[in-house]
Design a protein around this ligand. Structure first.
Ligand SMILES: C[S@@+](CC[C@H](N)C(=O)[O-])C[C@H]1O[C@@H](n2cnc3c(N)ncnc32)[C@H](O)[C@@H]1O
Length: 324
């Protein structure tokens, strides 16, 4: 079920003739809604790292592929401008990133993304990528693992977990989700004084941290944001349609911070330190914020789709008089 679907459509305002990019195609839920709202001739370029997701959408939305309204590309949204240029796609009226993983990916045992299903400790969205979670868990030194668990998972027992992983992998390499989950659970039980802080499974934070590290999620997002902005139409004569809008749904506070800081900075004219008498940086705003506060799912949506609970949507619009 696509997260914050109504809100995304309300902000992107898809319309006939418009061009849109969905940088995280997934199961194609948001893309389908954009195509429906931009009938009869709006077009979407759908990108995903995961070739299996692209195959499923190519079948499910084959009518749009056949009519040329839906273009599909396998790739990383960190290469957005290159992918769009290869398809001669842009400037665009809207770009969406709905970060993270789809429910199908999370529940697929072959992907090893979840501690609730036994599978190989893989976690790669892009099967061509060389580094898997097992490589990281078995090869990284304990300090590096502890940093990953602490930084990306905010795991308070990061050091104790990394130390136990170090001991366990000397016995035999850690290659499955279940074994890692057991090691993490045992490390936390030994380190914790008193009952658990919250109701979540003890391995939740470590698995989340590993997924972020293996797929370089924060780095990809940082690279994608300026490219999204560059691809947005300014809505000036000679460019198709109204000014373009960029929308990002984040599920993790570190991702949301990156999006918030980027949009705020690009919505600001001068970035000189406070009390600088005359601007020397020459920075000019290129965006207008449409969501001063992030948009969150309604209680009804969270009830119907608990995965949406931590979603935060931020949207900004390209300024017509902004530098190209
Ligand atoms: C939450 S799902 C998107 C769901 C989609 N909006 C829908 O309605 O079905 C996120 C998708 O983004 C993809 N993805 C994650 N990181 C990516 C990246 N750096 N580049 C391209 N796709 C990525 C994942 O493979 C996954 O299919």
């Amino acid at each position: 079920m696509p997260v914050l679907l109504e809100e995304v459509v309300r902000f992107l305002q898809p319309q006939a003739g418009g061009h849109y990019i969905d940088g995280t195609l997934g199961e194609g839920g948001h893309t389908e809604a954009i195509l429906e709202c931009s009938a009869p001739d709006g077009r979407v370029l759908g990108i995903d790292l995961d070739p299996e997701a692209l195959d499923r959408v190519a079948q499910r939305l084959s009518r749009y592929v056949k009519s040329g309204r839906l273009l599909l590309a396998q790739g990383n949204f960190a290469d957005l401008e290159r992918i769009a240029a290869a398809q001669a796609f842009g400037p665009v009226q809207g770009i969406l990133l709905d970060l993270g993983f789809s429910s199908l990916q999370l529940s697929n045992p072959r992907r090893g993304l979840s501690f609730t299903v036994e599978g190989p400790l893989d976690m790669r969205l892009d099967p061509e990528q060389p580094l898997s979670a097992a490589d990281l868990v078995n090869r990284a030194d304990e300090q590096e693992l502890a940093d990953i668990f602490y930084r990306y998972g905010e795991e308070r027992y990061a050091r104790q977990i990394a130390r136990r992983i170090g001991r366990e992998r000397e016995q035999a390499p850690i290659t499955t989700t279940r074994r890692l989950a057991e090691i993490v659970t045992a490390a936390i039980a030994a380190a914790r004084q008193g009952p658990p802080r919250d109701g979540i499974h003890p391995a939740t934070r470590v698995f989340m941290a590993l997924r972020i590290a293996v797929n370089r999620e924060l780095e990809n997002l940082e690279q994608a944001l300026p490219q999204m902005l560059n691809l947005l139409s300014r809505g000036v004569p000679g460019e198709r349609g109204p000014a373009g809008r960029m929308a990002v749904i984040a599920f993790h506070s570190l991702e949301d911070r990156i999006v918030k800081d980027f949009m705020k900075r690009e919505a600001t004219d001068c970035l000189c330190p406070p009390r600088t008498p005359v601007c020397v940086c020459g920075h000019r705003a290129r965006l207008r914020l449409l969501t001063p506060k992030p948009v969150q799912p309604t209680a009804e949506e969270v009830r119907a789709n608990p995965r949406s609970r931590s979603a935060r949507l931020r949207v900004a619009e390209r300024l017509a008089d902004s530098p190209a």
